[in-house]
Write a protein that binds this ligand. Structure first.
Ligand code: SAM
Length: 219
């Protein structure tokens, strides 16, 4: 059954705005509603992939708060802080921990148009000392009230929409940021997830798509 043209063009529109060089790394953020809210914000900002450090055996779960956004944002889990940070550094990301220290910058001082990863700490304990020492810098959202921190998903949203503002100003959402091969691969997977899964199992390449997303036949 072919996709409806309207849905296909909507998927294309969203994919064309995805920013492969902006990401989030969560460190033991374990409450499903917080992770879900973060993923939903990432979808809205145009983030393609999120990284999560998960030192427990449980795979992260999502709540209704995600509103299905977890289907449109890839989640990579890492077993520990070092491997996650090494992975992102090997992809040339600058990593900023949202973390209160004496050397923290105001989050608005950072240039988010460069390849950037935002590290967010656990609900109760915040960013670990290990992570704080491995990242490129620390950022804070100034707090002027009685309570000393924001909910982690709120902090993520504040920082990510500043990143979106900077990227919009630089017209980084105006042209596709993904290379053609990756773009076509994700486009097919988002349009026909079941067929994509079967093709992968058989080791076959995905069928070609027509102008309105109709399946044309073998590639
Ligand atoms: N007691 C923890 C601490 O001292 O870090 C509070 C953790 S806070 C609820 C969870 C995470 O949200 C923090 O690790 C940080 O990444 C982010 N966060 C919350 N408020 C923030 C703020 N004002 N500036 C920067 N990050 C913040």
């Amino acid at each position: 059954m072919n996709v409806l043209p309207r849905r296909y063009h909507r998927i294309k529109q969203v994919l064309e705005k995805r920013q492969p060089d902006l990401t989030v790394l969560t460190e033991d953020v374990h409450k499903p509603h917080n992770l879900s809210a973060i993923i939903r914000t990432c979808d809205a900002v145009g983030i393609l992939e999120v990284h999560t450090i998960n030192t427990t055996d449980e795979f992260p779960t999502f709540s209704q708060v995600a509103q299905g956004s977890d289907k449109w944002v890839f989640l990579h889990t890492h077993a520990n802080t070092e491997t996650a940070i090494t992975h992102l550094k090997s992809k040339d990301f600058k990593i900023y921990a949202a973390h209160f220290t004496e050397k923290s910058f105001d989050y608005r001082e950072i240039d988010y148009t460069q390849p950037t990863a935002i590290l967010l700490g656990a609900e109760k304990w915040g960013v670990s000392e290990k992570a704080a020492n491995l990242v490129d810098g620390h950022i804070i959202i100034p707090m002027l009230g009685m309570v000393q921190s924001l909910n982690v998903s709120v902090a993520a949203a504040v920082i990510l929409f500043e990143a979106q503002r900077q990227r919009l100003a630089k017209k980084m959402y105006d042209t596709t940021r993904l290379d053609v091969q990756r773009y076509n691969q994700i486009l097919f997977e988002w349009t026909y997830p079941e067929i994509a899964k079967r093709s992968q199992e058989k080791g076959e390449s995905y069928p070609l798509l027509g102008e309105n997303g109709e399946i044309l036949g073998a590639n």
